[in-house]
Design a protein around this ligand. Structure first.
Ligand code: ZN
Length: 203
């Protein structure tokens, strides 16, 4: 199983980090060891003083495919989820400055929170899903999949030109604005269309 993440997919988030708007989707990969085991707390790693939450809508790939046409992309996933792309922002800034890959800042142990999965048939339109993240019961991120620069089908089509998609692969579709730091004892909760999808305690 691999985890493919899309960076800079929401205009307001690009602005808050003073990044350039990309011509093509920005892609990076997290190893399967990055998945935070269910019900486990997130421990802030000792190599960072600035771990950020990024809440993101997730897609679970249901069958193998490559060079997928956007008009058939919907056949490659049945389930939608919500998760967190934990990012060591200080480390990422150093790597970005030197033009180096982001993996250490994005792919460390526990950096991928994957909540529960919901059948996409439950939703009228996957391109109009509201989701949010609360930190200590206060809303910190609020997004809608309609705000994505590249929608789900376009992401699947684009990614599959480079990486063969396999059953069980997970795509993180990018974060809206409002990213911020976590501290010990913080309590995060993510919801999709009003339904709680995950909770995480920070240690
Ligand atoms: Zn992200």
């Amino acid at each position: 199983m691999k985890i493919i993440c899309i960076g800079r997919n929401y205009a307001e988030h690009i602005k808050e980090l003073s990044n350039e708007r990309p011509k093509d989707p920005v892609i990076f990969i997290k190893p399967d060891s990055a998945v935070l085991p269910k019900e486990q707390d997130f421990f802030i790693p000792n190599f960072s003083n600035d771990i950020h939450y990024e809440v993101e809508v997730l897609i679970k790939i249901r069958k193998v495919g490559k060079h997928i046409d956007p008009k058939f992309a919907h056949k490659y996933y049945d389930e939608i989820g919500l998760g967190i792309d934990f990012t060591a922002r200080d480390l990422q800034a150093q790597l970005k400055e030197k033009g180096l890959p982001w993996e250490k800042a994005k792919g460390f142990d526990g950096a991928a929170v994957i909540g529960k999965w919901v059948s996409k048939s439950k939703f009228k339109d996957v391109n109009n899903l509201n989701f949010k993240l609360t930190k200590n019961l206060e809303v910190v991120q609020n997004g809608n999949t309609a705000q994505m620069l590249w929608g789900i089908d376009e992401i699947i089509a684009y990614v599959s030109q480079f990486f063969m998609l396999k059953k069980g692969d997970i795509i993180f579709t990018g974060t809206p604005s409002g990213v911020g730091k976590v501290s010990p004892n913080d309590y995060l909760s993510g919801s999709l269309e009003g339904e709680e999808m995950f909770t995480v305690k920070i240690k």
